[in-house]
Write a protein that binds this ligand. Structure first.
Ligand code: PLP
Length: 447
């Protein structure tokens, strides 16, 4: 185990890494040529690598370490649960105490109308669960034709076959013959990309109208659900205009279509509310969660199931033939309970909403003065900026997409080597720092 001052034989680890470990979302050959940076320790908002170099983690790992690194009370809760009952499943009429306690707690912090939860091991499995659950719901309601799910281009809903099909990333669809049948996509509400000649509010309504167009094209009696991230994360922190979600909600209501909010990134305080649906006036039927539920300390995900769907599944459903060995894993649930206790005790949701979130917005916006930055945007504890060739030019005039990809990557590498982790999405550099970040640390990050 890594001790505080331990140094590692980086070259030896990199050699073994290349020899045996296929990394996710990675060009294996290129990584083997360059060697991976070996991260060994975390404390608060900082990480240390195997050579003792410190780096500020502006991405909370992968948008997940909401309470920051090094929380001994989570490791203690995990240890206690491992000593007591490391595993037992909740198939075949058994349950376990942490899973029940966590389901109860989630029902308490969820938006109104959510009394039930289905646990998974990850966000992708949560969205797989959604796909089966909404189709099962409509079958039970007597509408076996209502199986199509509408999603958005450039959305990210995970990497399982169903998750990647629901997501709208061309690169992912290009590998493995995705999307699977019964999933269709509409445009994303990206004002800067598609909103020329309109106000933001006009564009929000326009982007929402693409949903209605698609419903009519597919046939309203064939559409099961619409799925969307309140703020698109991996697609580049796309913050929709204020008019967008209320109009999406109106359209879903009009056609009786289920609404799935994928809050894998947005949930657990990231946008200054327990769930971002509250922020945008979304009344979803299902909410996907993962990441911030345990702050990434152990894997856990799931779906909050609203009363409309839960009632039908419970009263009419019989066996729901779906689940995972690790659904309701007692150790993961114990970690989540302690993580949520910390978020409450330190008032992190409120802090992001009222104090550090607005401060981050204000400080991050100052980066817009830089000659290479076109515009900045932020919402709670996610933010993004666009790299440009010249101020005032449109996104398309500024950077061709292929070039943007490498511009972002170069910038990401530069930042990483100089003490800060950001993520690059095309020409957009994004951050999603731990919610424990203080005002002084926001200043440090912006500097
Ligand atoms: N949904 C969203 C919005 C995500 O951002 C992610 C992961 O980044 C997922 C789903 C998939 O979650 P996981 O990687 O835990 O499977």
């Amino acid at each position: 185990a890594a001790t505080r001052n331990e140094l590692f034989d980086t070259a030896a680890i990199q050699k073994l890494d290349s020899a045996h470990y296929l990394h996710p979302f990675t060009d294996f050959k290129q990584l083997n040529e360059n060697g991976a940076r070996v991260m060994v320790r975390g404390e608060g908002i900082y990480l240390w690598d195997s050579q003792g170099k410190k780096v500020l983690d502006g991405m909370s790992g992968l948008w997940c370490v909401n309470v920051g690194y090094g929380r001994t009370s989570i490791s203690e809760a995990v240890y206690r649960q491992m000593e007591t009952l490391p595993f037992y499943n909740s198939f075949f009429n058994t349950t376990n105490v942490p899973a029940v306690q966590l389901a109860t707690k989630l029902a308490e912090i969820a938006p109104p109308g959510f009394q039930h939860v289905f646990f998974t091991g990850s966000g992708s499995e949560g969205n797989d669960t959604n796909l089966r659950m909404v189709r099962r719901y409509w079958d039970l309601m007597g509408y076996q034709e209502r199986h199509t799910i509408i999603s958005r281009h450039n959305a990210y809903h995970g990497s399982t076959v169903a998750g990647a099909s629901l997501g709208g990333m061309d690169g992912m669809h290009a590998q493995g013959g995705l999307p699977i049948p019964g999933i269709v996509h509409i445009g994303q509400p990206n004002y800067l990309e598609a909103g020329q000649g309109m106000t933001e509010d006009e564009f929000g309504l326009k982007a929402a109208s693409w949903l209605e167009d698609k419903i009519l094209e597919v046939g309203a009696d064939k559409v099961a659900a619409f799925i969307g991230e309140p703020v698109q994360g991996a697609g580049g922190v796309i913050i929709p205009p204020a008019t967008y979600w209320p109009e999406i909600q109106r359209i879903c209501d009009k056609y009786g279509i289920l609404l799935i909010a994928d809050e894998v990134i947005c949930g657990f305080g990231r946008l200054g509310k327990w769930f971002a649906s509250e922020l945008f006036g979304i009344r979803p039927d299902l909410i996907t969660f993962a990441k911030g539920v345990t702050s990434g300390y152990v894997p856990l995900g799931g779906v909050l199931v609203g009363d409309r769907v839960a009632k039908v599944l419970i009263e009419k459903g019989g066996d729901f033939n779906h689940g995972f060995t690790y659904s309701g894993h007692p150790v993961a649930c114990a970690a989540a309970l302690e993580n949520i206790r910390i978020i409450e005790a330190e008032q992190l949701v409120q802090r992001v909403d009222e104090d550090t979130g607005p401060y981050l917005k204000q400080r991050f916006a100052t980066l817009g003065d830089h000659p290479l930055v076109g515009y900045t945007s932020s919402c709670g504890f996610v933010a993004g900026l666009n790299l440009v060739r010249s101020k005032g030019a449109t996104v398309h005039e500024n950077v061709a997409f292929d070039e943007a990809l490498s511009v972002g990557m170069v910038c990401r590498g530069y930042m990483f080597n100089n003490g800060m982790i950001m993520r690059a999405v095309g020409d957009r550099m994004i951050i999603a720092p731990p919610l424990v970040m203080t005002r002084a640390q926001i200043d440090e990050m912006v500097a």
